[in-house]
Ligand binder design. Sequence first.
Ligand SMILES: *[C@@H]1O[C@H](CO)[C@@H](O)[C@H](O)[C@H]1NC(C)=O
Ligand SMILES: *[C@@H]1O[C@H](CO)[C@@H](O)[C@H](O)[C@H]1NC(C)=O
Length: 426
Amino acid sequence: MEAASSKLSLSLLLIFISAMLQHPRMGATLGINYGRVADNLPPPEKAVPLIKSLGATRVKIYDADPTVLKAFANSNIEIVVGLGNEYLVTMQDPEKALSWVKTNVQCHLPATKISCIAVGNEVLTFNDTSLSAHLLPAMQNLYSALTILHLEKQVTVTTTHSMGILETSYPPSAGKFRQDLVGPITKILDFNTRIDSPFLINAYPFLAYKSDPKQIPLNLVLFKANDDEIIHDPVTNFRYENMLFAQTDAVHSALEKVGCNKLCVQISESGWPSKGDPDEIGASTENAKKYNGNLIKLMKQKTGTPMKPDVNLNIYLFALFNENLKPGPTSERNFGLFKPDGTPAYYFGIGGGSTSNGNSSSSNGGGSSSSGGGGSSGSSPVAGGGSSNGYPYLSVSSDGRSRFVQCKIMQIFWLGVSILSLRLIL
Ligand SMILES: *[C@@H]1O[C@H](CO)[C@@H](O)[C@H](O)[C@H]1NC(C)=O
Ligand SMILES: *[C@@H]1O[C@H](CO)[C@@H](O)[C@H](O)[C@H]1NC(C)=O
């Protein structure tokens, strides 16, 4: 009798130990933008497994559509909701801000993990001063509303900027804000600092390349600069093998010049189109594959930029789907990783999405030209990456990292407890 019960405790313990040791995924996240300017997209419930198949654990949307937010309930995916520029005027009224938060954020918590409200998109570079003037008050009113509802600890408030807010970005140490925007930006930065919310910037090396393909080496924008293409910053002596990091450090420099270099910078959008107009040099499947694939590889290596080597950049890829109703050049409708039917727009050799279907096959997907398994039915269609811990897409934010450390400490603690109890039993 006694032997049986101690055997039982022993096996329970062993199960417990192995469960504790297999807990590799805390803190590591890939983000993806889920835009829906299209009339042919699958319902949001279909987007959730696609996002999981990528291994993404953060999503940014451009509104607070209840069908989307409901679809993400209990998915454990963290969501940034958006408040369109057209709402900024309404949000000048604190009462309306409060009711907006109640009906668009509070009612979905905690099942849907809304972590942030991105107020307006690239507002300052619209050059519409009356719109810009409404940005900060809207952010403040939304934050006050969150505070009234005691949600300010779980949901933060920020806005997204375009690289156009910089007047100078080359070399990175020369980065500074557009002179006419220094005033409004500084006030927003003070707000970010006060509530400890991140500084979000949309950064597209593609746009830089497209505007000047003769001067800018394609390898540099695709993360693979040759020795003679590396950007050398004469002031800092830093070397940049990719333009995204150069752009990010230009932002860091601009922030430093206005005394805000402590803010956490995150890339709220970055991506590459698989198709474009004839004059959109660089837009191609081949380059999109390289850009997104190399970006994810870089995130896996967990290297920060030369100026902030210890800070892992949080990046939200743009975008989940091709969006057929977006205005503008052809590229705008072709940034998606997936076509509307849920098949990959191209294969870019990331994956190992072991979460969605329990398939943790870790075939190495450095390769890129295999046809991508064409899998439907929720299997990982762009899979092929895989990594030793089954979690290939790392973009750990600083708080993510501390959670990761805590998680490791807990593992060691429980291992100790388990060994101790084993000794007591045996
Ligand atoms: C806004 O103004 C800047 C410089 O004053 C200009 O470079 C930019 O193209 C303008 N943006 C728009 C959307 O008009
Ligand atoms: C996992 O993926 C591999 C490679 O795509 C496939 O051969 C295998 O059948 C899959 N296993 C499961 C359980 O889905």
